[in-house]
Design a protein around this ligand. Structure first.
Ligand SMILES: *Cc1c(COP(=O)(O)O)cnc(C)c1O
Length: 380
């Protein structure tokens, strides 16, 4: 150690990585302050170490919020926000096209604490009023929604919510703060699955919640009382991801749009569920509120494929990995049917979801060509 001390610390472009549990105090007086919760500095490993604080601050600035806190995953951020802002007897509203585990958490865990929930349509606007009960305390939005990509009219929902003094939360993972500024649309708390575009390389699990000035303090107090924290290494990678977020998103946007338009022209394809396409039912709302589109969307078939056909389509792809999550450099594919009571044109239809990565677009099209050809071989 002596040897290093004489060399001095190099000044690196990137921040130093701080990990661990124990932080040493300068004096017993400081330690006593920490014991009373009055210490100004960082007192312990769960006290948000410098890499976490640096990432939270950078994201908070980008979001235009008041307080950001990092969580060990996107779903962990969502679960904690639902705990933070509800109590027994409350009712919450969740969009029908919400990320599956968010709905599962409400059904399996929140309900145990006497907090009930109902779904509202994924393309909802001011009609949200019809779903509000006297005990509704929180409206959870995700726009565009997972897998089916309906768009909610966020400013109309937040306006109604404000009239009832209901807190609004938006899962903004698809657009990121680069393409949507939720606080300008009246949202109170935003969620990011940092796992997706912000970290951007499929090597991190991390989430954030960012609150406006009204809800910043309750969020910070809840986080403190729960002794929550995020991994310093993951915060380091997330901060690094932020440096290239804008430029990566622009490439994802361009490549995904090119493939979406190409799919629209294919004879096999019926609907391409991409909000930036003129054919998307809520395209006008997307255009009004968003400044760009990212790299994930779905499509359906004119002729509903049977299990063997969809299997041959997916299994014949080489460039599209068969895996969950998205937002990274590698293109991925999933396929499934989703319950959408309020969107009959896609309810229970087979949808293929593509995460368009950063590979060459023409090679991705050739790969999809192979999928369609393999499916055709099986079609009677
Ligand atoms: C993936 C995802 C999440 C959960 O993120 P994890 O970091 O994987 O827990 C939440 N919301 C949306 C919209 C997602 O796509």
């Amino acid at each position: 150690m002596q040897e290093f001390d004489t060399i001095g610390k190099p000044k690196m472009v990137n921040p130093e990585l701080y990990t661990g549990s124990t932080v040493l105090f300068e004096s017993f007086s400081d330690m006593k302050k920490a014991q009373r919760g009055k210490y100004e500095g960082i007192a312990y490993g769960t006290d948000r170490l410098p890499n976490q604080r640096g990432f939270e601050e950078a994201l908070c600035t980008l979001e235009g919020g008041s307080v950001t806190r990092a969580f060990q995953s996107g779903i962990n951020a969502i679960e904690n926000i639902l705990f933070c802002f509800t109590r027994t007897g409350d009712h919450v509203l969740i969009c029908e096209n919400v990320y599956g585990p968010t709905a599962a958490f409400c059904k399996k865990i929140l309900a145990k604490f006497g907090v009930n929930f109902d779904f509202y349509p994924g393309n909802c606007g001011a009609e949200i009023d019809n779903y509000i009960k006297p005990e509704t305390c929180l409206i959870f939005m995700e726009s565009p929604g997972s897998n089916t990509f309906e768009i909610q009219d966020i400013p109309s929902i937040t306006e109604v919510a404000q009239q009832h003094d209901i807190i609004t939360v938006l899962d903004n993972t698809w657009a990121t703060p680069v393409f949507l500024k939720p606080f300008d649309l009246g949202v109170d708390v935003t969620i990011q699955s940092v796992t997706k575009y912000i970290s951007g390389h499929s090597d991190v699990l991390l989430g954030t919640a960012t609150a406006n000035s009204r809800y910043g303090e309750p969020l910070a107090k809840f986080y403190r009382a729960m002794e929550l924290f995020a991994s310093p290494q993951d915060c380091y990678l997330a901060l690094r991801g932020l440096q290239t977020l804008d430029i990566r998103l622009r490439q994802h946007q361009q490549s995904a749009l090119e493939i979406a338009r190409w799919l629209l022209k294919r004879p096999e394809v019926d609907l391409v569920l991409h909000p930036a396409l003129e054919s998307h039912p809520q395209h006008a709302i997307w255009k009004r509120d968003f400044s760009g589109s990212s790299g994930i969307f779905s499509f359906s078939f004119h002729q509903e494929p049977d299990d063997d056909e969809i299997e041959s389509f997916v299994d014949s792809l080489d460039m599209f990995g068969l895996g969950f999550s998205w937002g990274g450099f590698k293109s991925l594919v999933t396929a499934g049917r989703y319950q959408r009571q309020h969107s009959p044109e896609i309810h229970n239809k087979m949808l293929v979801r593509l995460n368009i990565g950063l590979e060459d677009v023409n090679s991705l099209k050739e790969d999809l060509d192979k999928g369609f050809a393999a499916m055709k071989l099986l079609t009677k």
